[in-house]
Ligand binder design. Structure first.
Ligand SMILES: [Zn+2]
Length: 277
């Protein structure tokens, strides 16, 4: 896959990492547009003259999708995520269980975090254009009404190659944190000495490295929780064993929260991962 430039912007609510992926032809997609970050993303893309193609989400939790609707309207592009998490876009608080309380509950911890960052919890608007993948045949398809919560008996879907203009990546189903959690795999141009470049580092003899945007599946030294609605410990264990631990060890891990890492480092040190035999 052609190497993409990566630009990180961290959302003020729950520190969710938004990543812009930019192809050589200037086409770009934003991944995980959390709360309070959409304006900044739009400004960066306009300033650089890039051409937005889509808003992606690693999963449907609202700290990764709050601003997706706003940005998709600004850009007139679809929000794209795994079909099994699409229902969460309808009621982001309601699908978070104890974290969310009832829809838009003023006393929920999430509402508190939003308010602390100057975001009104009542301002959530569902994206109008949603496309899902991971359904039968593994193709992207527009949905008008999201699915209801899928049951937990999950078969991991086959890889899906996604292309948005010049932005090419692979979606690999990694359920357990949520039903539709997905690793987004790509090749990135990383400047010499950089972990993840700043999106303008093309003149520093960049090399191409495999990157996994791991959402809330894998963090540096930890993994995502499985106790929220739609999470499942046994499914997560299988995902870690069969999907995460089998990634190329050279892969740069760019999680939804916290520091970056590599698969090799996580296999060596992360207590939740066992190297494949
Ligand atoms: Zn999450």
């Amino acid at each position: 896959m052609p190497g993409l430039r990566l630009l990180e912007l961290v959302a003020p609510v729950l520190g969710a990492r938004c990543v812009l992926l930019v192809a050589e032809d200037g086409s770009c997609v934003a991944v995980d547009v959390g709360a309070g970050v959409a304006d900044r993303v739009a400004r960066v893309v306009a300033d650089r003259g890039w051409t937005p193609q889509a808003v992606l989400a690693t999963h449907g939790h609202v700290d990764h999708t709050w601003g997706a609707g706003e940005l998709s309207r600004t850009w007139d592009v679809p929000v794209v995520l795994h079909a099994a998490d699409a229902y969460r876009l309808d009621d982001p608080f309601g699908t978070l269980g104890v974290l969310g309380h009832a829809a838009h509950a003023a006393d929920g911890p999430l509402a508190g975090a939003l308010r602390a960052a100057g975001v009104d919890p009542a301002d959530y608007r569902r994206p109008e254009r949603v496309e899902t993948f991971g359904t039968a045949g593994g193709v992207r398809s527009p949905v008008t009404a999201p699915a209801t919560a899928p049951d937990l008996a999950l078969a991991t879907a086959p890889d899906l190659a996604l292309a948005f203009g010049g932005v090419h990546l692979v979606a690999r189903h990694a359920p357990g944190h949520t039903q539709g959690s997905t690793l987004l795999l790509l090749d990135a141009l990383v400047g010499q000495g950089d972990r993840v470049n700043d999106g303008v580092g093309g003149d520093r003899s960049p090399t191409t490295v495999p990157v996994a945007l791991t959402g809330d599946v894998l963090f540096a030294g930890s993994v995502g929780r499985t106790d929220l609605p739609g999470g499942d410990g046994a499914t997560m264990a299988r995902t870690l064993r069969e999907v995460v631990a089998t990634l190329d060890p050279a892969t740069l891990v760019v999680p939804g929260h916290g520091p970056t890492s590599t698969v090799a480092a996580e296999l060596a040190t992360n207590p939740y991962l066992t190297p494949p035999r």
